[in-house]
Design a protein around this ligand. Structure first.
Ligand code: 3PG
Ligand code: MG
Length: 392
């Protein structure tokens, strides 16, 4: 991977436009998890210390293009960032016509996805961003898998374009963990649907030594192994795919383990009564909401034996205390393990926070979709654009 990096450039007096991923969860106008904002701070500080005028870009959520809406405004982010940086961060609503800024100042441009053509990577839009800066810095690893005007397009047209320290570090850590992993290498992939993670499961099978599936994905694998999953969330259409993946694992001399025991309830709610069942005893009116205690021990043992652990997705409904034990056991096992552990994805980061194990994870990625696409071996379009510029 070769591209220009921000720390190679003289930033003095330059207008630096940094693409961030400030797509953070909000509740009643406040930022509820600022991990992505904190991850961006060293880059912003480096730019300010280097004497640049700092123009920040980000998206938030998925608003309708061409329509401003308060719900998708970056105002809460500007306020939060200002507190963390300990200096004013001006939010500019209409910015494509020009940004008035001096070195040492920080301006956050309103949600890039309010602009028509952002998602379609419209060239005219990308060019109108490009002329606002001297140097464009791509630092939004979490959005590097999107070929959009403010991520990929602008890189092609800016006077100069480079990778920021956060993007560089994410790529370095992931490459390090995945190209020469300490073996055995284990991936834990949870989440609700096989369909959204089918390609990732398939490509992981060729890279890892062990694969544990969790959540709704595991339910489909349980059904594919011939067990009744009752009212559980699962995808009947993907049973054949699951069986095919199980076969591939066997041919490789491994397996995708099926939980021995599960935790079930008859309703999906925080106070639903939880019952532990052997996997072959789930009743027609029950749904599987977590792995059971024996399975949790098995998985913890597998984690202890691993050299590298990639974690994306919880194994149960950890937001509800009665169904949190499985994900907690995974988190605790990762925390105490000496494996190189790498985690990414919104739910996974929430679980890491909830179980307070961040210090025990070797690397926590700010990416969700981008993290998975990287793990799959896909080229991230924004990174490809930086590389292409570097070759020219
Ligand atoms: C994310 O949260 O995964 C990124 O910010 C990308 O957001 P998107 O899926 O709406 O493109
Ligand atoms: Mg550890």
């Amino acid at each position: 991977m070769s591209f220009l990096r921000m720390d190679e450039l003289d930033l003095t007096g330059k207008r630096l436009m940094i693409r961030e991923d400030f797509n953070v969860p909000l509740d009643a106008g406040r930022v509820t998890s600022d991990a992505r904002i904190r991850a961006a701070l060293p880059t912003i500080q480096m730019a300010l210390d280097g004497g640049a005028a700092v123009i920040l870009l980000s998206h938030l959520g998925r608003p309708v293009e061409g329509q401003y809406s308060d719900k998708f405004s970056l105002a809460p982010v500007a306020e939060h960032l200002s507190g963390l940086l300990n200096q004013p961060v001006r939010l500019q609503k209409d910015w494509l016509g020009g940004v008035d800024i001096q070195p040492g100042e920080v301006v956050l441009c309103e949600n890039v996805r309010f602009n028509v053509g952002e998602k379609a990577n419209d060239e005219a839009l990308a060019r109108s961003m490009a002329v606002l800066c001297d140097i464009f810095v791509m630092d939004a690893f979490g959005t590097a898998h999107r070929a959009q005007a403010s991520t990929e397009g602008v890189i092609r047209f800016a006077p100069s374009a480079c990778a920021g320290p956060l993007l560089s570090r994410e790529l370095f850590e992931l490459e390090n963990a995945l190209t020469e992993p300490r073996r055995p290498m284990l991936a834990i992939v949870g989440g609700s649907k096989v369909s959204t993670k089918l390609t990732v499961l398939e490509s992981l099978m060729s890279k890892v030594d062990e694969l544990i599936v969790g959540g709704g994905i595991a339910n489909t694998f349980i059904a594919a192994s011939g067990y009744d999953v009752g009212k559980s969330l699962y995808e009947p259409d993907l049973i054949q795919e699951a069986q095919r993946l199980i076969r591939i694992a066997h041919e490789k001399g491994g397996e995708i383990p099926i939980p021995k025991d599960v935790v079930v309830a008859t309703s999906f709610s925080k106070d639903a009564r939880a019952y532990v069942r052997s996997v072959d005893e789930v009743k027609a009116d029950e749904m599987i909401l977590d792995i059971g205690p024996l399975t949790a021990i098995d998985y913890a043992v597998t984690i202890q034996g691993a050299g590298t652990v990639i974690w994306n997705g919880p194994v149960g409904v950890f937001e509800f205390e009665n169904f949190a034990a499985g994900t907690r056991a995974i988190a605790d096992a990762i925390e105490i393990s000496n494996a190189f552990s790498i985690a990414g994805g919104g739910d996974t980061l929430a679980a890491i926070d909830q179980f307070n194990i961040a210090d025990g994870v070797s690397y926590i990625s700010t990416g969700g979709g981008a993290f998975l696409e990287y793990v799959e071996g896909k080229k991230l379009p924004a990174v490809a654009a930086l590389e292409a510029r570097y070759r020219k």
